[in-house]
Design a protein around this ligand. Structure first.
Ligand SMILES: *Cc1c(COP(=O)(O)O)cnc(C)c1O
Length: 427
């Protein structure tokens, strides 16, 4: 097996020329047959190794999108190759009608490495949040005696694209044209404690109605906006005081990305429920809802998923999680994140009329544009793509950096150089 060191040091040597031809692939034919729910870049990626991907013409890119914070170990990581191969050769799918040892092992790893006790497995972030919403509603009904439980969420949040999760998402652009939405949600500004206290007081004025507060530890999609420590500590107190469940959506920040295993560790509090997905499987589709046993109100028949927690995804996700420890990837995320932020701050100094600030934790970072800048985040992303650096906006004014956790110091420097050129060309 190829070692991580060899792979990261020289992916080309390990994998040969990264390019794989797209001969015969026609984007027009694709667009005729695939629904146009995405605004796609005119780019066809055909191969990946470590922190790099290649298009069909053989052009190399540094991947600082990585499946949107999903490819924790980058591409073609030997641990994933081994885990995927081993699992597909042994048993890939049965049903939750039977015990699945890989599922049990992953749940044990997750609970032993978090403040939670039990796990429900599904296939995506939205589904993990759906599970948490159902758990909160049942908790409201059976534990708090609420007929119509309310879940408080934040403006500028992102929780997924199913009906309940677009309702939870405090951004009207995701809800437009999909009414009627799911009842039972109430929105407050993020990181503003007075507004939250007022909302709870008014909703609970005639007896308890609030069952849960659902927040991101750091708002990813909404602009890479980290949670405030004092705010979250007060949120925890309010939840304890009113028997409200604190649910943290860690779909984007969980599983090592912030330099700590969980986003909440940056906030000095413990949630009652955590949702995870993106980075958990390193790119195989998996979601999980983790909760403390004190709020595990689910009984047989309450919730289910055909694929959820199958041997294949759990075997691979466990290998990904164990690699975070064995390869010290959280320490790497902290160090490389710091290096990246220092470089980005220099760019802010160079372009004060365009760039405003840098914010983030570990390897989830945002370069924030001035509100009145002559450019939008998408302009920078497009220019960076032309330089061989893949990035993704987090809203119109923030460029997001979510490289794989295996990224090394030289990759960060190359990315900063490419970005400097990209901004220079359009500034
Ligand atoms: C991406 C994301 C989701 C949705 O995850 P899917 O796997 O796309 O359903 C939910 N919450 C947060 C914070 C996310 O970043």
């Amino acid at each position: 097996m190829v070692s991580l060191k060899q792979l990261v040091k020289n992916p080309l040597k390990v994998f040969g020329n990264g390019a794989k031809s797209t001969k015969g692939f026609q984007p027009e034919v694709f667009d005729r047959h695939v629904m146009t729910t995405y605004g796609r870049f005119p780019l066809t990626l055909t191969r990946g190794a470590g922190s790099r991907v290649w298009d069909g013409q053989g052009n190399e890119y540094l991947g600082f999108v990585e499946g949107i914070a999903t490819c924790t170990l980058g591409h073609a990581h030997p641990v994933m190759v081994e885990a995927v191969t081993q699992q597909i050769q042994t048993l890939h799918h049965v049903s939750n009608l039977y015990y699945i040892p890989e599922q049990g092992a992953l749940a044990q790893w997750l609970t032993e490495h978090s403040c939670t006790d039990r796990v429900f497995f599904c296939n995506s972030g939205a589904e993990a949040n759906e599970a948490a919403i159902k758990l909160a509603r049942k908790y409201g009904h059976t534990e708090l005696g609420i007929d119509e439980p309310v879940i408080i969420t934040a403006n500028a949040s992102f929780h997924g694209r199913t009906l309940a999760t677009i309702t939870a998402t405090g951004q009207p652009k995701y809800q437009k044209n999909f009414a009627p939405l799911v009842p039972g949600f109430h929105y407050v500004p993020y990181n503003e404690i007075d507004a939250l206290e007022a909302a709870i007081a008014s909703l609970n004025a005639n007896g308890p109605r609030v069952a849960a507060i659902l927040l991101e530890a750091l708002q990813g999609e909404g602009g890479v906006n980290p949670g405030n420590v004092a705010y979250f500590q007060r949120v925890r107190e309010l939840c304890d005081q009113h028997n409200i469940l604190l649910i943290l959506d860690e779909v984007q920040v969980g599983v090592g990305r912030t330099g700590k295993l969980w986003g909440y560790e940056n906030l000095g509090i413990e949630p009652d429920v955590i949702t995870a997905a993106k980075g958990l499987g390193g790119g195989v589709p998996i979601g999980a809802m983790l909760c403390k046993s004190s709020c595990d109100v689910f009984q047989p028949g309450d919730h289910a998923s055909t694929y959820g927690g199958n041997p294949f995804v759990c075997g691979v996700a466990l290998a990904v999680c164990q690699t975070l420890d064995s390869e010290n990837l959280m320490a790497n995320a902290s160090a490389r994140g710091q290096q990246l932020r220092q470089g980005l701050l220099k760019l802010v100094d160079t372009y004060p009329h365009i760039l405003e600030q840098v914010r983030g934790w570990g390897l989830i970072n945002g370069l924030v544009l001035k509100a009145d800048a002559p450019l939008k985040s998408l302009d920078i992303v497009k220019s960076a793509t032309a330089q061989g650096l893949l990035l993704v906006p987090a809203g119109p004014n923030v460029v997001r950096f979510v490289p794989p956790l295996i990224v090394n110091a030289s990759d960060i420097n190359i990315a900063l150089d490419k970005l400097a050129t990209a901004i220079k060309q359009i500034a």
